[in-house]
Design a protein around this ligand. Sequence first.
Ligand code: VGL
Ligand code: ZN
Length: 212
Amino acid sequence: MIDLDVRPTDALVVVDPQNDFCPGGALAVAGGDEIMAGIATLADRFALVVITQDWHPRTHTSFASNHPGGVPFGTAEMPYGNQVLWPDHCVQATAGADFHPALKSAVDRAHLILRKGYNPGVDSYSAFYENDRRTATGLAGYLRDKKVDRCIFVGLAYDFCVAYSALDAVREGFAASIAKNLTRAIAMPAGEGRTTVDEAERQFGEAGVVVI
Ligand code: VGL
Ligand code: ZN
């Protein structure tokens, strides 16, 4: 049980709880499957539940396979900056892009399912902005229209999509908390274009993202 005083103006944002980010998936995050049942239970306590879904075309430029000589977990210079090259994952309409089965009750209850990463040339870690940092997904406007003032983040991965989403939530004027035990991290070694858990947590402290 998460020690959290859930308010009527809170939204639960479940980030990329998909098969490809779980053990056995194309971009498996260690222990990714362990958090799903807990997220489903937590979702029942929220008046508004948003789930994001990483949703890439096969031609996506974040895939190492689409760069000559590209290596998974290497990096490439993109027009918008340095980008980690990933194994092909969360390809549109494949089983890997489906939500983890243990999340079913939360998926059934979700008010918004927000797909991201569908533009072939731009990755989208954040639920609010693509990696060019300019193209909005529409989530901020949706949450404002719904009179949400705080987002609670759970899901995958703590150091990529959860971290970017929580930091952008603050930039968009929302309070943001992360229920850390309902997340798991990719935990890459440090390097250009990569995010480490330590660096993400330093930014959380600076921005006022609360880690529960
Ligand atoms: C993610 C890498 C690539 C994530 C998505 O959900 O954290 N990471 N695509
Ligand atoms: Zn992705």
